[in-house]
Design a protein around this ligand. Structure first.
Ligand code: ZN
Length: 310
């Protein structure tokens, strides 16, 4: 990654425009008084040094407002180092939960870029910081100590290419998900775990193939729809999210949802939640999302894993 890209990733365009807007409004509001002082209209009511002091105070205040907004723009973006640390933690979680033992992978988009972080082709459970590579939107390694990553890297690159809202992608070989996919049974919205993965049912990619061609990955991406996962028949799953924390924990929730569905199916017919039943649950999930990541179920789960896997 060159210097230009590094500068770009620290920059949040929306927040920057907000700060420029706020500063412009502040200047417009303050301009008449600046003009008055400059013209000396209050020359007789205030001494010169007082006028100069007020003008200076106004300029300093404007400068501080701009600085505060720009600091916020930069501070809210995770640094590359933080993303790398999170990627290693995500790999540890997938390994600990048996979702990628030893095959599978997870990646995270470098914010506001068409590049992403993924490890070289090692088992997630043994990955270290030095294994992390930067790939471009075609899945080519452009930075890192190694030249090769997973052959299935196209799953990640194609999804990032087609879905700008997605910040992290995982591919797991999740046991109970595979079991359900073998009977072409989709995961139904019949548990809280399943509901977190979207309105459902979770679609199944039925072409039996090793996913190393962009066209295949593109078809998988299209199957996502409003959901956050796709099952791969007899193979595993692809999970996506708006953060690496969400994608990692949803990978585990998908496995839980599949396990619960299999258990329930051994007792009787599955009764998916109705739209009316789903409504309060979805409202609750939206409300906790607004409170911040640590309030969400995936945020709390991430903290738990950070505690037990450090
Ligand atoms: Zn695979």
């Amino acid at each position: 990654m060159d210097d230009k890209q590094k500068r770009k990733i620290k920059f949040n365009r929306r927040k920057f425009l907000k700060s420029v807007g706020a500063t412009t409004i502040g200047t417009i509001l303050g301009f008449p008084s600046i003009l008055k002082y400059a013209r000396g209209e209050r020359m007789f009511s205030r001494p010169v040094f007082k006028r100069f002091f007020l003008l200076l105070a106004e300029l300093v205040l404007s400068f501080l407002v701009v600085c505060a907004f720009l600091t916020e723009c930069i501070a809210q973006q995770p640094s590359i180092q933080q993303l790398k640390d999170k990627l290693i933690m995500a790999n540890k979680i997938l390994d600990a939960e048996g979702l990628a033992k030893p095959l599978g992978h997870i990646s995270v988009r470098i914010p506001n870029t068409e590049t992403f972080l993924i490890t070289r082709n090692v088992a997630p459970g043994m990955s270290v910081l030095d294994d992390i590579l930067v790939c471009n939107i075609d899945g080519k390694v452009i930075e890192g100590k190694y030249s090769r990553t997973f052959s299935e890297v196209v799953i990640h690159s194609e999804i990032y290419k087609k879905r700008k809202d997605i910040q992290s992608v995982a591919h797991t070989h999740s046991l109970h998900v595979i079991a359900l996919s073998m009977t072409e049974t989709p995961i139904l919205p019949a548990s809280f775990e399943a509901i977190e993965l979207g309105p459902g049912p979770i679609a199944i990619y039925k072409k039996i193939a090793f996913i190393d061609k962009p066209e295949q990955a593109s078809e998988i991406c299209d199957l996502l729809g409003p959901n956050k996962a796709v099952m791969l028949k007899g193979h595993g799953a692809v999970i996506v999210g708006k953060s690496i924390e969400e994608t990692t924990i949803l990978s585990y929730k998908l496995e839980l949802a599949a396990r619960l569905q299999l258990l329930a199916a051994s007792i009787g017919k599955i009764a998916p939640f109705t739209e009316d039943e789903k409504k309060p649950i979805n409202e609750f999930l939206e409300a906790v999302e607004k409170r911040g990541v640590t309030s969400t179920s995936y945020g709390r789960a991430w903290l738990y894993y950070q505690h037990v896997l450090k």
